[in-house]
Design a protein around this ligand. Structure first.
Ligand code: GAR
Length: 195
């Protein structure tokens, strides 16, 4: 059984759906939920599910990303994860950290990559007049939101959409897509799925 560490920054709704998906027949188990913010709402949700939690606050490290990431690595090592899932983890990771976990680290991003890497994806899709938006699960490489795509799910952009309304529609699909991709990935299947 593969051990999965889930990294979060906020409410952790994707973390909850990932953790709930790892039932008895699943090739993986959650071993840790780690947040870079002690105020992340997902920490309490993980504790309520009986999953070990940890916090590596990025703020004391200031601009020293390497020092933040070596602390992240130190904590992660203690839980010996086989797979890392970024789930609303809002810190950019440098090449050194990413290389260490390459091929074993997934991320979910709220756009149809390669469109709209980075932030404000829903606002950018609306402003561009796109008919469709969605989410992507990909392997993490040193290129921000640029690694091999493992799956995507699409939703329509509706007339009068706000970024908030579109985000909610996409988030429902994130909760379908990420567990499906993780299950396949943990079983060794890197083929792309499209929902
Ligand atoms: C999700 O929409 C996720 O795709 C996005 O943050 C949200 C986290 O929600 N991630 C990014 O924007 C990564 N750059 P959650 O904490 O409820 O899972």
């Amino acid at each position: 059984t593969k051990r999965v560490a889930i990294l979060i920054s906020g409410g952790g709704s994707n973390m909850v759906t990932l953790a709930r998906s790892m039932t008895a027949d699943h090739p993986a188990r959650p071993c840790l939920v780690l947040a870079n913010d002690p105020a992340a709402g997902g920490l309490a949700r993980a504790e309520a599910m009986g999953i070990p939690t940890a916090v590596v606050d990025h703020r004391p490290f200031g601009k020293d990303r390497a020092a933040f990431e070596s602390e992240l690595t130190r904590v992660l090592k203690g839980y010996a994860p086989d797979i890392i899932c970024l789930a609303g983890f809002m810190r950019v990771l440098t090449e050194g950290f990413v290389t260490r976990w390459q091929g074993r680290m997934l991320n979910i991003h709220p756009s149809l990559l390669p469109k709209y890497r980075g932030l404000h994806t829903h606002q950018r899709a609306i402003e561009a007049g796109d008919a469709e938006a969605g989410c992507t699960v990909h392997e993490v490489t040193a290129e921000l939101d640029g690694g091999p795509i493992l799956g995507q799910a699409r939703v329509p952009v509706e007339v009068g959409d706000t970024p908030e309304r579109l985000a909610a529609r996409v988030l429902e699909q994130e909760h379908r897509l990420y567990p499906m991709v993780l299950r396949r990935f943990a079983a060794g299947d890197r083929d792309r799925v499209d929902l």
